[in-house]
Ligand binder design. Structure first.
Ligand SMILES: Cc1cc2nc3c(=O)[nH]c(=O)nc-3n(C[C@H](O)[C@H](O)[C@H](O)COP(=O)(O)O)c2cc1C
Length: 333
């Protein structure tokens, strides 16, 4: 079934499905697979160690697909911020058609990309930020509800409320992001006024996602209670997969609310919060997937329904989710 929306027309894609930027997951192979399947694949800029590495990754995407794709540029608080300007210049020089901006103070970057004729999807968790992005010239908004993996913001607003309000307030098109993994959820998002969906977790359980099979297995086995929130006490909430590490982080936070040092001492703090690159993270490169996987708690559930379908055969399940992930999400079943 073909779904023709302002988002498919704007982005030149066949299905209104975007694979959102994912740190240490959004490499060329996954992005190209999503784009080839008719969605919009996304490479995550800051996963690349340097702007020149990003350039090479963009060229890898181009070698694998002639379809539109995006680069995600995430602006997160950091004691040692990356050279955003250098990454942004590479995106412009390489004529990337779409940028997904996310995080704090995107004004400078939305203006910059628009000046160079690049389509901008701004991902945000609040209507007021979506309106600001619209005013700054963003072409599309990805509304991230409280359900989403990664950073759902501090307002705890779920997609039922957020999307309905976005439909009333925004003039530019928006997509629903957070907790989407099935065709029926895509249909629900469209009914609420969104013109597509942005999925993260759903694309992790795919053959093309460069992550450890154990993580894919955990996602397939997980259910709607398999995620939890960490870092709420420091005002930088993250939705993550519930496991030993994230449970421990929550316990540390309970004992030391608001004290980021307490978590950092335990050594499980993602680099974007500490602003440091710990030795082990420095080894986390494209080839060192196992290191990356153990360090990355940003894993979220796939739907219970998909978990049941996946059964015990994770290879088969991942392949089913992977090769046809985009088609599966479009099927309004
Ligand atoms: C492993 C992982 C890493 C992510 N990293 C980023 C990131 O670096 N920048 C960003 O804007 N969003 C990031 N996200 C959020 C996704 O782009 C997307 O908005 C979110 O996953 C949607 O929620 P869902 O997982 O329920 O589909 C990440 C998500 C996951 C699962």
């Amino acid at each position: 079934m073909v779904l023709d929306t302002r988002v498919t027309r704007l982005l030149g894609i066949e299905h209104p499905i975007i694979q959102g930027g994912m740190h240490y997951v959004g490499y060329a192979v996954l992005a190209a697979a999503v784009s080839n399947a008719g969605g919009l694949g996304t490479v995550t800029a800051l996963t690349q160690k340097s702007p020149e590495d990003l350039r090479a990754e963009i060229r890898r995407v181009r070698a694998l697909t002639s379809k539109p794709f995006a680069v995600n540029l995430t602006l997160l608080p950091s004691l040692a911020p990356p050279d955003y300007g250098a990454y942004a210049r590479v995106i412009v020089e390489e004529k990337v058609p779409v940028v997904e901006t996310a995080g704090r103070n995107p004004a400078e970057w939305i203006t910059f990309f628009k000046k160079h004729g690049i389509l901008v999807i701004h991902k945000c968790v609040a209507i007021k930020h979506a309106l600001t992005a619209e005013r700054l010239g963003a072409d599309c908004i990805s509304m991230d509800g409280f359900e989403c993996a990664g950073h759902p913001g501090e307002d705890d607003v779920g997609n039922y409320v957020l999307l309905a309000k976005a439909a009333k307030k925004l003039t530019i098109p928006f997509v629903a992001s957070g907790g989407v993994g099935t065709g029926s959820q895509l249909a629900a998002a469209l009914a609420l006024g969104a013109e597509g969906v942005n999925c993260g977790t759903r694309f992790m359980a795919t053959t093309e996602a460069p992550i450890h099979d154990g993580i894919k297995r955990a996602l397939v086995k997980g259910d709607e209670r398999s995620t939890t929130l960490v870092m709420q006490s420091v005002g930088n909430t993250e939705r993550v997969f519930k496991n030993r590490v994230t449970t421990e982080v929550r316990e540390i936070e309970k004992r030391n609310p608001g004290k980021i040092e307490a978590i950092r001492e335990r050594g499980e703090l993602p680099e974007e919060f500490s602003g440091e690159r710990r030795p082990r993270q420095q080894r986390v490169e494209r080839g060192d997937r196992h290191g990356a996987d153990r360090r990355r708690p940003f894993v979220r559930r796939v739907s219970e329904e998909d978990g049941r379908r996946g059964g015990g055969n994770h290879h088969g399940a991942a392949r089913r989710f992977g090769a046809r992930a985009v088609e599966a999400v479009t099927r309004a079943s």
